[in-house]
Design a protein around this ligand. Sequence first.
Ligand code: ZN
Ligand code: ZN
Ligand code: ZN
Length: 378
Amino acid sequence: MGRRAVRRRQRRARLALRTSTSGTVTGVTGPSNELRRNPLTGRWVTIASGRAIRPQDFATRTLAVEAERTGPCPFCPGNEELTPPALATYEGSTGGWLVRVVPNRYPAFDGDGTMRPAVDGVLHQAVHAAGRHEVLVIGPEHEGDLALLDDERIDVVATAIRERLVAHAALPQVAYTQAIVNFGREAGASLEHPHAQLLGIPFVPLEIDDELVGFRRFASARHDPAVCLLCTTLSVELAADQRVVEADDDAVAVAPYWSGAPYEMLVVPRVHDPRLHTAPVASLRGVGRLLRTAIHRLHRVLGDVAYNVVIHTAPHHHDVHYHWHIHLLPRTSTLAGFEQGTGVLINTMSPEDATVQLTDAARVGGPPPSGRRTGVAG
Ligand SMILES: [Zn+2]
Ligand SMILES: [Zn+2]
Ligand SMILES: [Zn+2]
């Protein structure tokens, strides 16, 4: 038996000890809570995994994405006139469009303008929310999930996101573009038809600022300005082999050491590049395929769970030390008062235990990743 297989067996045994069928704690002799620091953001998270947790203890989707839709789906083929004219359309090998990019009908960021706030009195500042807000319709099918996309679709989606980021990077008023996918009402989706969103905003958000500081802090602690926090994460996690959920030649998905939520994953391309849209196309496509597998594993363990895909890429107009990556954040619980008040996350499942379940999804069971809908209208 290989080293990795032995480790995996030991981890399973540990998990079995903790998890009894009644859900009560067995074999745990004392508090095992631990504070771990997220080196990207500098924030501490609490891993409080003493309580026995099973996949079925976590919430699957129950809310309808569209409780009562009033008209036809604007993203379905045949309804193209219901959206503003497409910014880009990508055809498939079998004819018809595979991906459409359209401006959001109700943009959060729109138009031109600089980040020069007008001061109102001694206290208040305001500025026009300039930028771009675009929707990337992920396919002609009304129902679906990223886990179900074939290779061609993954490639087309990756190409579309890359080309939109190139376009945003050419706009002086867009400082940063956040690409996201919300799946399920609990994760913020308001239209059922699978889609991504790109929000080009006129400033660099604090979350990205914090991560940029994290890269600088790590390099300075290592006394090497060239050393990369996420390249190091890859080599450390692959060597430790305790939190690697999936790995191939293009990318690695880990349950981060500092996971703030159960089954959280971080997908890191092996090729170092600060930005998604300047990374080699083959690397980008590989990352897309690995993300698909990671979501697939999530569904195998948790069933029909809502999630957010958050793509982090470097700001457009700064030369920075960064390594683009993707956060996969399942919505298994809501933030409570302590977490809202302090920003300190309490995670009831250690990433090591999550990895055991995610890498052994067939044993854990649960429904196949069919993209089935629960309580969804239309
Ligand atoms: Zn539709
Ligand atoms: Zn790197
Ligand atoms: Zn990030």
